[in-house]
Design a protein around this ligand. Structure first.
Ligand code: HPA
Length: 281
């Protein structure tokens, strides 16, 4: 008997949930952290780490982009049980929303309540410089798609749902407090998602500026949407890897993104380490 895509998805979430639960060794993490391009180093700070390659998690993405390893790591971060996701599928790689849905819904299935998203992004503001961090206060979905279109499965969330507190204000305040305590400079602003894979044109960057965006990237918005649909709380940080196209002389490239993300990674790691105990309260 052949299954529909939706049935297969439900089955994948169940099976992946069972594999992840086994890797938790009895712990019950409430927080999951998605690591963006060049920010994978945080996973090395996890104690008592159990690593599960995505290949062992049915329905999880098969990754192709350099800088995205493709593994789930469960363990303790600064004493707090967490799940870290290294790598995800972007909408410049595929039109298929299911790999992302499977990831986020599997986290929910194993008891995660808060999703901490991170990404590499281009800055639209002269005062937000390369290798600095920006707390995401809100987003603009300019992907031209929403991963929740199509038939709705009520077991995962409601047909319609609000996005007015998508980037959770209370949790964001905790991340802000952690940044202050750890002495990590932290900007805040609106993240606008472009589909990619091309970087933006200077005209597109000017448009994004006038629309109220502070940074641009190619990720995190779909994860946020799927998480909010399922009732997870979301908080997030962008690591600025470049100025938006036309705002500086540099020619944008993925190599550049990875190089500058690794420069911001030390601050990012300190920030997350400090934030996790507050987020778990
Ligand atoms: N644009 C889109 N995505 C990005 C950028 C950018 O300038 N930098 C890192 N990811």
């Amino acid at each position: 008997m052949s299954m529909t895509l939706q049935q297969l998805h439900v089955e994948n979430v169940k099976r992946s949930g069972a594999v992840v639960t086994k890797s938790l060794a009895g712990r019950a993490p409430k927080i999951a952290i998605v690591l963006g391009s060049g920010l994978g180093g945080l996973a090395d700070r996890i104690e008592q780490a159990v690593t599960v390659p995505y290949a062992e998690l049915p329905g999880f993405p098969v990754l192709t982009v350099q800088g995205h390893a493709g593994a789930l790591v469960a363990g303790l971060l600064n004493g707090v049980p967490v799940i870290v996701l290294k790598g995800r599928k972007h909408f410049y790689e595929t039109d298929d929303p299911y790999p992302l849905k499977t990831m986020v819904r599997t986290l929910r299935a194993v008891g995660v309540e808060t999703l901490f998203l991170s990404n590499a992004a281009g800055s639209l503001r002269a005062n937000i410089g390369v290798s600095q961090l920006m707390l995401i206060t809100d987003h603009i979905n300019f992907l031209g798609l929403n991963p929740l279109t199509g038939a709705n499965d009520e077991t995962f969330g409601p047909r319609f749902f609000g996005m007015s507190d998508a980037w959770d204000r209370a949790l964001s305040a905790k991340v802000r407090a952690a940044a202050d305590a750890a002495g990590v400079p932290l900007h805040s602003g609106v993240y606008m998602a472009f589909r990619g894979p091309s970087f933006e044109t200077p005209a597109e960057i000017r448009m994004a500026q006038t629309w109220g965006a502070d940074a641009v990237g190619m990720s995190s918005v779909p994860e946020c949407l799927i998480a909010r649909h399922g009732g997870l709380k979301v908080v997030g940080v962008s690591c600025i890897t470049n100025m938006g196209a036309g705002l500086s002389e540099e020619n944008l490239s993925h190599a550049h993104t990875l190089e500058n993300a690794s420069k911001g990674a030390a601050d990012f790691e300190r920030l997350v380490m400090a934030a996790v105990p507050l987020l778990a309260e």
